[in-house]
Design a protein around this ligand. Structure first.
Ligand SMILES: [Zn+2]
Length: 117
């Protein structure tokens, strides 16, 4: 299924939603701005630079497809623009590390994968 976020990953960019009314970034895909209620939201491209907020080591993959990758590292990373996104990351990254978005073809799509700056 086509979606601005996953299409962005395919194109090598991290996208996030932003309000046309007040400029506030949106924490998740939303239908109305969290700040002013405007319905005029659009997608922007982030720089890809982020700071690691949380780290999880995955040893048991949730699906057969991901079993090939396990063990792997997932992070929640705060984009410099503000939104927080989940992605794969280099093994051993720690909370507070500066990372840059990378993109890894996987199956039919593309995974966001952060590497240390
Ligand atoms: Zn707004």
């Amino acid at each position: 299924m086509s979606h601005p976020y996953t299409d962005g990953l395919d194109a090598g960019v991290v996208r996030y939603q932003c309000c046309d009314g007040c400029g506030a970034w949106q924490p998740l895909e939303r239908h109305a701005c969290r700040t002013c209620g405007s319905l005029q939201l659009h997608w922007r491209e982030a720089s890809g630079l982020a700071t690691v907020y949380a780290v999880t080591e995955i040893s048991r993959a949730p699906t057969d497809a991901f079993r090939a990758l396990a063990p792997y590292t997932l992070v929640l990373a705060t984009l410099d623009e503000g939104p927080r996104v989940m992605g794969h990351a280099d093994p051993g990254v720690a909370i507070g590390d500066r990372v840059r978005a990378g993109f890894m073809r996987f199956g039919e799509g593309t995974l966001l994968r952060f590497r240390r700056e």
